[in-house]
Write a protein that binds this ligand. Sequence first.
Ligand code: THU
Length: 136
Amino acid sequence: MKFNEALIATLREEALKASKQAYAPYSKLHVGAALLANDGNIYRGANVENASYGLTLCAERAAVAAALQAISQNRENLVEAIYIVNTKLPAIPPCGACRQVLYEFGHGGIIFFDGQDGVKKSSIEKLLPEAFRLNV
Ligand code: THU
């Protein structure tokens, strides 16, 4: 099985490392994401808040942006998995905006979300069954 315990543990560690780099002085919720990309590498992202609250960037979208800087081919299948962690709240799944962005860069990817109540597992399809697309 591809997502064995060791890989999941590595993703969790990377996501925790990412959360340490969050910029979240307003919500104080430090979110980290570790994205396993189709090149086999893990890319990290953390939330970046702003005094103009609505400009906040979520950890998931930061991780997607980081991966895109390294990968130039087959980007439509970029996301193999993403592990999202915070240490303050129960596990939080990606927000609606992040679901749509994740959908853009891969279908069938696994989404792990982790928090004070442990880790949950889902998929992009399950979390956004009727994604917006231009080519319907
Ligand atoms: N946040 C994320 O980074 N990812 C999500 O999917 C939900 C929310 C961040 C945005 C903001 O900095 C903080 O969590 C509180 O909403």
